[in-house]
Design a protein around this ligand. Structure first.
Ligand code: FAD
Length: 286
């Protein structure tokens, strides 16, 4: 974990583009509340094949305009042509955006065509080739390994390809076992990967939602957490309280062991992230 210690801890928050006017209003309240924590950036997800293209762009620009905090768009390459990706990048350059999260993305089930850029490393290479050093590029990292990776070692090597292609930093898939992160960082150091790798934190809101996401992305929910969540049943208040306790402890441990920051998967809600940050002593100004 040595090389991770040189960075001052940073905090960031992730949103998905809202679909309805009501959801737009809710997200605005969330970003206003989280902006008071003075995060490094707010990132906004992108649907594979450009399915949220306009909404990702509008959400990023709106957040930047209303909060003054950097809005960071996710851009995924699967299912898009290089022309489409170049148009997206040009629109962000024109809008004054200087950071992106570069991803492969996942094809919706039933789709066959992947597009010319098959992996995130090829997208990073493309962004560097087309736009030089304009963008600070974040990529995804998987302490518990990507579900499609043939082996842990191959996944690490594939992660290194993204760094070698020009990624500046990484955000991890969420996890609840900090040892997976520490081991991942140690393996990266052995491969001479020295970019900041920020843990992704998923506050627990409901058991069903967490199980659904974790099934899809391959994140492990430790048995002791699952058992407790199942016991709470529909008692959302107890689940949230327990979830905040679990994530607070995790965040404290990660920062104490040199993690360079925390990235919160907010699900467009502020309560859990604010509570966790308050518990670990970040001034929430509330
Ligand atoms: P890659 O880094 O390309 O890796 C995908 C798989 O391919 C891995 O198994 C890897 O080992 C393998 N691989 C990589 N390179 C090679 C190679 N050269 N040869 C053979 N195998 C290779 N999804 C969205 O659709 N929209 C989002 O906005 C979004 N945001 C995300 C943000 C974060 C922080 C994270 C962690 C994930 C996000 N995802 C998002 C999910 C992500 O798109 C999926 O996990 C996807 O399956 C992989 O994307 P990647 O960029 O990690 O892919």
């Amino acid at each position: 974990m040595e090389s991770q210690k040189q960075y001052k801890p940073k905090f960031s928050f992730e949103f998905f583009p809202p679909k309805t006017l009501e959801a737009v209003g809710k997200l605005q309240m969330t970003t206003e509340r989280l902006a008071r924590l003075n995060p490094s950036f707010f990132s906004v997800t992108f649907g594979a094949g450009g399915s949220t293209r306009e909404r990702t762009f509008e959400t990023v620009m709106d957040i930047f305009k209303k909060t003054g905090i950097d809005g960071v768009p996710h851009v995924s390459c699967i299912g898009s042509t290089v022309g489409e990706i170049k148009t997206i990048l040009d629109s962000y350059i024109e809008g004054g955006i200087r950071n992106v999260v570069a991803l492969r993305g996942d094809l919706p089930s039933g789709s066959i065509s992947g597009g010319p850029l098959r992996y995130a490393s090829e997208l990073v290479e493309f962004i560097r080739r087309e736009t030089g050093d304009h963008f600070h590029i974040e990529v995804a990292a998987y302490p518990e390994f990507h579900p499609q990776a043939p082996s842990a070692q191959k996944d690490l090597e594939n992660f290194k390809r993204k760094v070698d292609a020009g990624a500046d930093a990484a955000i991890t898939q969420y996890f609840y076992n900090p040892d997976a992160y520490y081991r991942f960082i140690d393996s990266c150091e052995k491969l001479r990967i020295d970019i900041p790798i920020v843990p992704g934190i998923m506050p627990i809101v409901t058991c069903t939602q967490l199980c659904r996401f974790s099934d899809a992305c391959g994140a492990e929910i430790p048995r002791w957490i699952l058992k407790r969540l199942q016991e709470f049943g529909d008692d959302r208040v107890s689940i949230q309280k327990f979830g905040i306790e679990v994530s607070t402890k995790l965040c404290e441990q990660l920062l104490a062991n040199g993690a360079p920051g925390l990235h919160f998967y907010t699900m467009n809600q502020s309560e859990a992230s604010v509570a966790i940050l308050k518990n670990i002593g970040i001034n929430t100004k509330d």
